[in-house]
Design a binder for this molecule. Structure first.
Ligand code: SR1
Ligand code: MG
Length: 399
């Protein structure tokens, strides 16, 4: 901590010159702070021609979107860099490349993805990337399989768990996903017109039991090194390309959490689409989202099974039929976690642009209300949804 100082734009340029690994570092002349997330400073570093070359990201010692009243560990910069480095080893095609990181300054330098765009923004605009969902499934399968007990020696797996202990970031997820929406809490943020619907979440004992089970799983199920926050704002896309960024919530947790968060964000977009395109034109975009969800799960499951057939090292876990049984449990977890993502993004502290940017107030209310109801429904029926096709049928059933 002693070495830590908050970077200015000039500091970021000097740092990129020193650690960016570029051939002509002296040509880096300018930095623009472009961070629009909830937590960090992000500088884009430009050369004298005005071309962006590299990114410098620094963790602040507090939650940026709240302020200094909510202090937050700087160790998250190390956890983010190490998670991305680990994931890059297993899936370089779909993980941003970290060039350098420094735990004391809580800084990392990474490849510039200016040729890509944030997936969430594209989904809101209705720009379709037909390969993105299956690429995300591929990323999740390869990173999660290779950091699980299927692949790692038990000693290495336990060392991985130890290296990625991430209590403060996990606590944010524990609170925002599994506590706040089901309590009266000052962090919650939802329209007054939805008070009755939100109060019904607090009063639903079956729902709260199901959420307790999911939270317990999040606390205690060390299945693989998760990204930990794999929503559409943590993903860059370009034609035929997808890259995951922003892994500061990385820890060894339940695989279904990453899958459920990813699917949940596609569903949040699904709920928001009538607010951007009107009910009639939204229909075709909604079909794309459902196709995306199917493609994501099928790509994930197919790759995970293939990897397991060829690369499982543990003799018991290699038993014929075991991986399929395991994935069935992951799927059920994913449906439940997906429901919690829908609810916490509608009711809690941290929202999504898909819903928040809907201009017409009445339409926005209807879309948010749909997301809450769909989330609740999915949490309650998770154990009865046996396949992704059934999931899609259930989503259609809810409007
Ligand atoms: C206080 S952090 C709020 C949210 O932002 C991050 O992107 C995570 O999704 C977290 O839950
Ligand atoms: Mg993030």
């Amino acid at each position: 901590m002693s070495q830590y100082r908050t970077f200015t734009a000039a500091d970021a340029v000097a740092y990129a010159q020193q650690f960016g690994g570029l051939q002509a570092p002296s040509e880096l002349v300018e930095a623009q702070e472009i961070g629009d997330g909830n937590l960090n400073l992000v500088f884009k570093i430009f050369d004298s021609q005005g071309a962006s070359q590299i990114i410098v990201k620094q963790a602040l010692p507090y939650v940026r979107c709240v302020g200094e009243s909510w202090p937050l560990t700087l160790d998250r910069a190390r956890l983010e860099a190490q998670t991305l480095v680990e994931h890059y080893q297993h899936c370089p095609e779909h993980t941003v490349k970290v060039v350098h990181y420094d735990p004391a300054l809580a800084v990392m330098v990474m490849e510039d993805l200016s040729s890509h765009r944030i997936w969430r923004g594209e989904l809101v605009k209705g720009v379709y990337y037909p390969q993105a969902a299956s690429q995300l499934g591929e990323y999740l399968a390869r990173t999660l399989f290779h950091t699980s007990d299927f692949y790692l020696h038990p000693h290495d797996k336990k060392a991985l768990v130890a290296r990625f202990i991430n209590p403060e970031m996990c606590e944010i997820t524990e609170d925002l996903f599994f506590n706040d929406p089901y309590l009266i809490h000052e962090r919650n943020n939802y329209p007054a017109a939805l008070e009755q619907q939100v109060a019904a979440l607090r009063d639903d004992s079956c729902l709260k039991l199901a959420v307790a089970q999911l939270k317990h799983k999040f606390f205690s199920s060390a299945e693989a090194l998760l990204h930990g926050d794999i929503h559409s704002g943590s993903i860059f896309v370009a034609e035929g390309s997808l890259k995951a960024i922003d892994a500061e919530f990385g820890y060894v947790g339940p695989i279904g959490f990453d899958i459920g968060t990813a699917i949940g964000n596609l569903l949040l977009n699904y709920c928001a689409l009538p607010g951007h395109f009107g009910p009639r034109d939204a229909a075709s975009h909604r079909e794309q989202r459902l196709k995306d969800i199917q493609a994501l799960w099928l790509a994930f499951a197919e790759r995970f099974i293939t990897l397991s057939r060829h690369e499982t090292r543990d003799v018991a876990l290699a038993t014929e039929g075991y991986v399929e049984q395991f994935l069935q449990k992951v799927w059920i977890d994913a449906v439940g976690f997906c429901g919690t993502e829908l609810i916490r993004r509608s009711v809690g502290l941290s929202h999504v642009a898909d819903l928040d940017s809907i201009e017409d107030e009445a339409t926005r209310l209807a879309c948010v209300s749909h997301a809450i109801e769909l989330g609740k429904f999915l949490i309650l029926i998770a154990g009865q949804v046996n396949s992704v096709d059934e999931f899609i049928a259930r989503v259609r059933q809810k409007g």
